[in-house]
Design a protein around this ligand. Structure first.
Ligand code: GLA
Length: 458
């Protein structure tokens, strides 16, 4: 079993940021916080849109995080405020059931997802009063997992406020489940790395059972994150859930074609396990069984022998009820191909051949092409930025996170960092005044950061 998140003295944060947060807290609530909880965002190096299919992914935590100052009190309410005043205050009574309005995503719902997850785990009927101020420095809607970091931070806050103890693995699973209250059917990568990250190492995250293994990145290259400045909020659109649904249907169609009982099979990885096949075999099976033309509902129902009603209730989610066409071949091809690239990436890191930087870069480039062409989760700005990064000296460059906007991650030989940075700045950011205004927080080097932690006032 994994250990609980670490506890440190608040003095170790020692920063101006902590001091400002404390001052905001005192001004707002008239007393000092008793503890802080912190959960990092992440950048996924490779393995996009495959966690919810049951496949391993390879992220690292970034230094940017969500930090909350907290006091536990007799107010009988949960009071939430944010140092960024565009995010409005919110208060909910501890006697009310926590309600999350999926149709109207607000910042504090992510916090409430974490609270609700812990409340349900322990069957807490009445939560204690809590006052919190949240301070985040992860760029929002940028594919760096600011929302999951908020859920994880809130889960940790609620665990500590209720004097409970949970392992990092349990917290990650509870927060991944909790976040689904906002309506997105996420796979668990973001919450897992937020809790299981360790400074200095990327992680291979495997699911069922959830575990994390160190992946030592090669010397001689750095990872640079660049934001394409198109905002993507996955809870506000159905793109993400459509992909989850397409993968679910593809899994059932493949299972059915091979005579498996498809009722309980929901993930593409489960089909591979049942068939005891390799990923190469699965790629051939996709070509053999699924046609590249989009499938209609009627066709899927006919093949699987299910009613349209079963299709709606068992396969679709609330915000995908109106989808008419499903690109099963392309999505399944991406998933099995990407799952193989993750394992290849990990093997190259472990064996460290002389040409590893080039090999890893090639895998990242293949991953981007697959996200763009087969999974269709890129956008013109992301593609343009990837091209610019490659022309500016990156050996590999790809969209990271859910896509449809947000960030690109590039692998850059250390000796080319300065010229890379200058060239990307000039080609992508400076020509556009909106992008130029935020270039400092949009283009930065990222090293593997540590996981979520609690900080106690002495
Ligand atoms: C989001 C989800 C993750 C994962 C990525 C895509 O970040 O929260 O679970 O599916 O998209 O790889």
């Amino acid at each position: 079993m994994s250990s609980s998140p670490p506890k440190f003295k608040a003095a170790v944060i020692g920063s101006e940021r902590l001091q400002n947060l404390k001052t905001t807290f005192e001004l707002k609530y008239g007393g000092p916080p008793v503890f802080y909880a912190c959960a990092p965002g992440r950048v996924n190096l490779i393995g996009e849109h495959i966690d919810y299919c049951g496949y391993s992914v390879l992220p690292m935590a970034i230094e940017q995080n969500i930090l909350a100052a907290v006091s536990v009190n007799k107010s009988e309410t949960i009071q939430l405020a944010n140092t960024n005043t565009t995010y409005k205050d919110f208060t909910v009574s501890c006697s009310e059931e926590i309600a999350i309005d999926r149709a109207n995503p607000k910042w504090y719902y992510y916090f409430l997802c974490g609270v609700k997850g812990i409340q349900e785990t322990f069957g807490i009927t009445r939560l204690p009063g809590m006052s919190c101020v949240v301070d985040g420095n992860i760029p929002p809607s940028s594919g760096l997992s600011s929302s999951s970091a908020l859920v994880c931070c809130a889960g940790l806050v609620t665990m500590e406020a209720n004097q409970k103890s949970l392992s990092k693995v349990a917290l990650a699973e509870i927060c991944a489940k909790g976040e689904r209250y906002v309506g997105t059917e996420g796979g668990g990568m973001d919450q897992s790395i937020s809790f299981l990250a360790e400074k200095g190492t990327a992680k291979l995250i495997e699911f069922e059972p959830l575990r994390a293994t160190d992946v030592q990145l090669p010397d001689g290259a750095v990872f640079v994150i660049s934001n394409c400045c198109v905002r993507m909020n996955k809870a506000a659109s159905s793109h993400y859930n459509i992909r989850v649904v397409e993968c679910r249907i593809a899994a059932k169609m493949l299972a059915h074609a091979r005579g498996l009982s498809f009722n309980r099979l929901l993930k593409l990885a489960q089909v591979q396990i049942e068939l005891e096949a390799s990923l190469e075999d699965m790629l051939s099976l996709v070509d053999e069984v699924l046609h590249p033309e989009p499938y209609s509902r009627e066709e899927v129902c006919k093949v699987l022998g299910i009613t349209s009603e079963q299709f709606s209730t068992e396969l679709l989610s609330a915000n995908t009820q109106d989808v008419k066409h499903f690109k099963l071949h392309q999505r399944a091809k991406h998933v099995y191909g990407e799952a193989a690239r993750v394992l290849h990436f990990k093997n190259v890191c472990d064996s460290g051949p002389a040409e590893s930087i080039q090999l890893l870069g090639d895998l990242m480039n293949q991953s981007h092409a697959s996200c763009r062409d087969l999974y269709e989760c890129s956008c013109p700005e992301l593609d343009q930025l990837v091209d610019i990064c490659l022309k500016s000296g990156a050996v590999g460059s790809r969209l990271t996170g859910a896509g449809w906007g947000g960030c690109v991650v590039s692998m850059v030989p250390s000796d080319k960092l300065q010229s890379f940075w200058r060239a990307v700045r000039e080609a992508y950011y400076l020509p556009d005044s909106c992008r130029a205004a935020i270039v400092e927080q949009s283009l930065f080097v990222s090293k593997p950061g540590g996981g979520a932690a609690i900080y106690l006032e002495e």
